[in-house]
Design a protein around this ligand. Structure first.
Ligand SMILES: [Fe+2]
Length: 286
């Protein structure tokens, strides 16, 4: 029996016809249609698809407890940000969301509001303060704020094998009764996504740079509201217009102010220059 290319596609789509989960059936049939259309459009060769299988295999093999190469692949192909943009509730007045990225960990230390979460991370001191509000402007007390960022060398703690399981420039704080929060950290710097794996090879082979503009990650949770996954980017960064994961939104660019040594807003005495950044987050009701 011979099949035309169209008949093969139709047979593969029809093979899911008995699936009793309608959403799974829709996803699988659509996936088959689009995969087959991709192969037809590009006249994909068997050797090229084998290279693709080897690439996907290597992507999976690069993953471990703290390295998520598949998230990086999704991010660098723009798929992660597309899903964020499709489902973001920011049109209702909430802070815009952006990608989670591959460096969130579930074990960040819980710290008191106002704490220094840098824990030895290299970088100039940075004092971040602000409020967490409902989309209507009501302060949200006891909102949980999970924070993580790269240091002055552009590295996350999990990328430093010498730290083992030590966490730094990472922590979880809670807003106070007025919805206010503050913490000390270090000034984030731009960093390249990891280029020592298959996704990095894909970027370099495609004449794409691997850089992300400097930012701080936030995951904010408050009862009765949708979790907010976002970043605050550092204004003036040279990569704001070419983020390798397409995550920048103008509303998420924060104003970072540099200060001479002296007394910080919380009374801390600094013997070196330091930075401040303030931001108000608005949460979408669930
Ligand atoms: Fe990041």
């Amino acid at each position: 029996m011979t099949f035309s290319p169209q008949a093969i596609t139709e047979a593969a789509v029809a093979s899911f016809a008995q699936c009793d989960n309608p959403r799974l059936k829709q996803l699988m049939q659509s996936l088959v249609r689009h995969l087959h259309a991709f192969a037809q459009e590009t006249q994909l060769t068997e050797a090229e698809w084998m290279a693709g299988i080897q690439f996907l295999t290597a992507t999976g093999q690069k993953c471990d407890d703290v390295r998520q190469e598949f998230i990086l692949l999704s991010d660098t192909l723009g798929l992660s940000m597309l899903l964020v943009a499709m489902h973001d509730g920011a049109q209702h007045g909430a802070t815009e969301a952006t990608v989670l990225g591959p460096f969130h960990t579930p074990d960040a230390p819980a710290l008191a509001n106002g704490s220094d979460l840098s824990n030895g991370a290299p970088g100039e001191p940075l004092y971040v303060s602000g409020r967490v509000l409902s989309a209507e402007g009501k302060p949200l007390s006891h909102a949980k704020i999970d924070i993580w960022q790269a240091d002055a060398e552009g590295l996350y703690d999990v990328q430093r094998s010498e730290l083992e399981t030590q966490r730094r420039a990472r922590g979880i704080i809670e807003t106070d009764a007025q919805g206010c929060f503050a913490f000390w950290s270090v000034l984030p710097e731009a960093y390249p996504v990891p280029t020592d794996g298959p996704v990095g090879q894909m970027l370099l082979s495609s004449a794409r740079h691997p850089w992300r503009p400097a930012h701080i990650h936030f995951l904010i949770e408050s009862a009765g509201h949708q979790p907010l996954v976002t970043h605050i980017f550092r204004e003036g960064d040279q990569y704001l217009d070419s983020d390798v994961v397409f995550g920048v939104r103008p509303s998420l660019v924060g104003q970072f102010a540099q200060h001479a040594a002296g007394t910080a807003p919380d009374g801390r005495q600094l013997s070196q220059p330091y930075w401040t950044m303030a931001y108000e987050f608005s949460m979408q009701a669930s």
